[in-house]
Design a protein around this ligand. Structure first.
Ligand code: SAM
Length: 246
């Protein structure tokens, strides 16, 4: 599926005000990611966070990790307002993480719930490696192919999610893998419209530029109730922490 960064940016900007109250799984994953990182290292000179959004992950990092310089990146400038409230001395780099450059080399590059939006992870692997100091740590979470399986089944749309083995094959080229974890988290709703609202408020309606008609929404709701009467929505997070090979 082709990913249009301009459209993703617009959709995430619209979702930001309601993101934190809806991003239940993203918050759980951010907490797990930082907890696992703390077991490895708690002190980094230069940290770069990719796709900082409303600062859900930033919040976890500042409470648990020491740093000298903090760089946060997002496609949207609006993210800066949120992250500045958490880190007033922040360096914000607005732009596509797949292309950004930094003035210093990083000791930690970290990202929560963003890598599934990147178009070419093999290129990203090389790019991130070039931004890091020797022995630098890359810690990220993303989602596997089971993520949003109900939506893929019902409307045929999905990001190009990778499974753990595929991610390891890509990142083990330049990184030594230290930690991996994958798990499922199934959310339950009382109405299919709530599922649509949940997707909107977490920015996931960036999957399609098409506005649905009333008839299409009704069809989606009817099909959902028929195929998934428990009104579940599956999340399948993956966490990887790895170290730059020398
Ligand atoms: C699901 S949100 C995650 C936000 C935050 N990391 C968290 O843990 O809640 C995804 C974020 O990644 C950003 N994003 C998506 N594609 C990006 C890209 N190519 N470069 C930089 N940021 C990107 C979006 O603007 C959005 O803020």
């Amino acid at each position: 599926m082709h990913i249009n960064p301009k459209f993703i940016k617009q959709q995430f900007e619209k979702s930001m005000d309601k993101y934190n109250e809806n991003a239940i799984v993203q918050k759980i994953v951010a907490q797990k990611l930082v907890k696992k990182l703390v077991d490895i290292e708690t002190n980094f000179e230069n940290i770069l966070e990719l796709g900082s959004g409303t600062g859900l992950l930033t919040q976890e990092i500042v409470g648990n990790i020491k740093y000298k310089n903090y760089y946060a990146n997002d496609l949207t400038e609006k993210s800066k307002q949120y992250v500045l409230k958490i880190i007033p001395e922040l360096n914000f780099i607005c732009g596509n993480a797949q292309k950004i450059s930094t003035t210093k080399k990083m000791d930690l590059i970290i990202s929560n719930a963003v890598f599934q939006w990147f178009e070419n992870l093999s290129k990203l692997n090389i790019h991130l490696n070039s931004l890091m100091n020797k022995n630098g740590i890359l810690a990220f979470s993303t989602f596997s192919k089971k993520n949003y399986q109900e939506i893929k089944d019902l409307i045929g749309l999905s990001l190009d999610y990778k499974n753990l083995e595929e991610l390891l094959a890509i990142f083990s080229e330049n990184f030594e893998i230290l930690v991996t974890e994958e798990f499922d988290y199934v959310m339950q709703f009382s109405n299919p419209l709530e599922i649509l609202a949940h997707m909107k408020h977490t920015g996931v309606n960036s999957l399609t530029t098409k506005q649905w008609t009333f008839k299409e929404i009704k069809k989606f709701c009817d099909n959902y109730k028929e195929k998934y009467p428990n009104l579940t929505l599956t999340y399948s997070p993956i966490i990887i922490i790895c170290k730059k090979k020398s």
